[in-house]
Design a protein around this ligand. Sequence first.
Ligand SMILES: NC(=O)c1ccc[n+]([C@@H]2O[C@H](COP(=O)([O-])OP(=O)(O)OC[C@H]3O[C@@H](n4cnc5c(N)ncnc54)[C@H](O)[C@@H]3O)[C@@H](O)[C@H]2O)c1
Length: 401
Amino acid sequence: MVNVIGLGYIGLPTALMLSSHGVEVVGTDYNSELVATLNAGKTTFKEDGLDGLFEDAVKAGIKFTTDYQVTDTYIVSVPTPYDKFSKKVDACFVVAAVENVLRVAPKDAILVIESTVSPGTIEKSIRPVLKRESRIDINLVHAPERIIPGNMVYELLHNNRTIGADNTAIGEKVKKIYASFCQGEIVVTDIKTAEMTKVVENTFRAVNIAFANELAKICRHDNMDVYEIIRICNMHPRVNILQPGPGVGGHCISVDPWFLVGDYPSLAKVIDESMKTNDAMPAFVLHRIYDIMKEKDMHDLSRVGLYGLTYKENVDDMRESPTLQLLESQAKHLGDPLKVYDPFINKDVVANQYHNLGEFLDAVDFVVVMVKHNEIKENIDKLTDKVVLDCHNIIPGAYHI
Ligand SMILES: NC(=O)c1ccc[n+]([C@@H]2O[C@H](COP(=O)([O-])OP(=O)(O)OC[C@H]3O[C@@H](n4cnc5c(N)ncnc54)[C@H](O)[C@@H]3O)[C@@H](O)[C@H]2O)c1
């Protein structure tokens, strides 16, 4: 039986996937409300295919509880926030979950950490807990997760995976568990390599996005079309440049690369510059707004609206979103806050927020497309009488960053 600890965005789909593929699963979360919701037959967040998977898992006998189970295998998927100042990972949730597991785990149990951690965290922060509790019999494993919100169920089934273990036999045992549902290739390696791969994957994307953002700035400076240039460059067989944008959000690409800067400050120069480049994009967009207003002889900031509050399209996650960063940057200039609207955010989270596209568009003359939700793509005709700054190249004839 597998006891999955932490039933959030990652732990819940993983538990459901295992259960619906014949593995006996108990899901544990210390949030009793969340457990009660699941036991009442409801899922706790929206994701394509999750409800169907939930039904299959319930039929297969999955159980949800606040109690840690006595079993031979644990998968820990609890949050790993980062320290905003040092940028280093904060492993306190993982440590707390591991301490609870050790209270009930039988001898030689396997303890898989799925949470994203920086290289060396398991050695520095988790193994000492095992030693302190005289539980060095426990087999530590790291199996980082790669799935993306919006396409989680498909990616759980199809992505390749990495498993880091102290010895190959344990790695192969864990590989068999994930292979119950994972159709991708599963590589077994050591723990530190597995930790590093997860951080490097997100860093690769951060650096590539930063390169595209830098190109956008160069092209802006000399009036060249960055999208056309990237399109043509990408026709080269060995070039694959990502798209520029108004900044990077979420808690993977905008966070994990900082772990390397925090841990290797004198070595991670390109990464440091890339993260700074991406972090500077919201302010760059703000300056672009001011420039376009000047060009159009517009003076009223209260007639400018930001479309989109989330960190990516068609999800409701606002963590580290470029729009929030832009508003923060604007607040420093003591300007009146811009108007904001996002179809996925029902709560009031910022000043001057609208909850209806029509009312939002009536209130502004200048629309800045910060997020390319399907809604705006389907309503491009409603923007014809507006000045539009399009940060994603989806609106014909609009201004670009
Ligand atoms: N969300 C993503 O897109 C994504 C993608 C890849 C990797 N990850 C990584 O996966 C990990 C989990 O992220 P998430 O987005 O699922 O987090 P989350 O906040 O959605 O869920 C974490 C769950 O763990 C529970 N929890 C915390 N401490 C606990 C404890 N001691 N015992 C029992 N339950 C506990 C919380 O109540 C919560 O329900 C993080 O390390 C994250 O970096 C996330």
